[in-house]
Design a protein around this ligand. Structure first.
Ligand SMILES: Cc1cc2nc3c(=O)[nH]c(=O)nc-3n(C[C@H](O)[C@H](O)[C@H](O)COP(=O)(O)O)c2cc1C
Length: 414
């Protein structure tokens, strides 16, 4: 269980920070609590340029990954400190990351009121439509009179306060579990089973059931992501062991929301070049997760050429390159068989027969002059992922604007 806990102040010394440190240690068997300092964020402004929002972007990713949020708030002038409010504004303005997140409020103040008034305000803020967090009614952790509740070394020592904190945190964890169970039920129905049974999509070239469509995307050795025509992250294929790990929480986000700010200009440049019809494909050979991979971005167009979105096609090419490097395509002149089938392939190599038609295939030995291999240009790799923005370790950045836009493949005919 991952909990993101906000220290609601930028003060160097803070009892609210001590409380969260205590919780992190005390509840380590129940949850992995990461403490976040809101003082790291720039002050909220609707005018702050995107390029200065890297810290905000990182925080949004942390919020997305967290199962629950804890806000520890001091009390300043009967309300929450401005830095905490500013952090919440970053997390609610033009984004839905807080929406439906289970949240818990705790607070320490010096006086007897023990942050009661700031917690009431915090509750009000967190249920506003743009925050829309899920809060348990009651479940209050109000710690005042700090001289008696905290020891000199910063430990919470007041047993009554500890008992109440344990009770409230246990409720909070149960509350999160209930949400997760409900989500899991819906998730299973949506992901494991097609939603309409026995439905078929009739393509001009044959029909596929929804189940087949889904399983094809999970089976092919490449993963696909889609940014739709309105620049929102719309879909990703549910392939096991993806190179880019995607999160359904990012679905529906804009290009700006789902990318690190520094990557946005490069991503938008690819998308705009597709939208304007200047390019149809951008290709990137990269080292990813320790192996050679190929990323290809394609402009998705309807049959009239209207832009429908950008798809990112990613996969390891290690297997193909191993086949090539082991001579899979160099033919024996007398028999036409491959000279070397001793490759590191995960599967046994099949004879060159078209499985669907049964016809033998043959390939041309001669160099393919019409479709030379894609040349890597000399620009440094842009470490961006055009559909969702995960960073990648770039090696070479190649672009191929001549490839067939519908298949992207170079083909040779006998
Ligand atoms: C600007 C300011 C305003 C404060 N206003 C209140 C207040 O309205 N009520 C209160 O009980 N304590 C108030 N305090 C004292 C707080 O109890 C105390 O600073 C804070 O809640 C302790 O949290 P911290 O140690 O995490 O900063 C105020 C402190 C500051 C610096």
């Amino acid at each position: 269980m991952k909990i993101l806990a906000f220290v609601g102040t930028n003060a160097d010394f803070s009892y609210n920070r001590l409380l969260l440190r205590f919780m992190k240690k005390h509840f380590k068997q129940m949850a992995d609590i990461e403490i976040y300092e809101v003082g790291k964020l720039p002050p909220f402004s609707v005018d702050t340029p995107l390029s200065e929002q890297t810290e905000v972007w990182k925080l949004k990713q942390k919020v997305k990954e967290a199962d629950g949020l804890v806000f520890s708030t001091p009390e300043y002038d009967h309300g929450i400190p401005a830095v905490l409010k500013s952090a919440i504004e970053w997390l609610s303005y033009k984004t839905k990351v807080l929406s439906e997140k289970p949240a818990m409020i705790v607070g320490v103040a010096y006086g007897r009121q023990a942050s009661a008034r700031s917690q009431v305000q915090m509750r009000q803020i967190l249920i506003s439509p743009d925050c829309n967090t899920n809060l348990i009614p009651g479940n209050e952790v109000l710690i005042g009179n700090v001289r008696n509740t905290f020891a000199k070394d910063g430990r919470l020592v007041d047993q009554e306060a500890i008992d109440n904190l344990e009770k409230c945190f246990e409720h909070f964890i149960e509350y999160i579990q209930i949400f997760q169970d409900v989500d899991k039920g819906e998730h299973n129905m949506a992901v494991k089973q097609p939603t309409i049974s026995d439905a078929y999509i009739q393509f001009p070239t044959g029909r596929l059931s929804l189940k087949e469509v889904q399983q094809i995307f999970s089976t092919i050795p490449f993963e696909i992501d889609l940014i739709d025509s309105t620049n929102h992250f719309a879909w990703f294929s549910d392939k096991p062991n993806r190179e880019h790990v995607r999160n359904t929480a990012s679905l529906g986000e804009t290009v700006q929301e789902c990318h690190p700010p520094m990557a946005v200009p490069a991503v938008m440049s690819i998308i705009n070049s597709f939208r304007e019809g200047k390019k149809d494909v951008v290709t990137r050979p990269l080292w990813m997760n320790g192996h050679r991979s190929l990323i290809q971005y394609y402009a998705l167009r309807d049959i009239n050429g209207h832009y429908l979105g950008t798809i990112e096609f990613t996969g390891s090419v290690e297997y193909i390159l191993n086949l090539f490097e082991n001579g899979a395509w160099s033919k024996d002149a007398t028999t036409g068989a491959s000279k070397n089938t001793n490759d590191s392939a995960p599967e046994e190599e099949e004879p060159a027969v078209d499985a669907s038609t049964g016809a033998s295939e043959s390939s041309d030995d001669s160099d393919d002059e019409e479709n030379p291999p894609v040349a890597a240009d000399e620009r440094p790799a842009e470490e961006t992922d055009a559909t969702t923005g995960a960073s990648e370790t770039g090696s070479v950045d190649a672009e191929d604007n001549t490839a067939d836009a519908s298949t992207g493949a170079s083909e040779t005919d006998d």
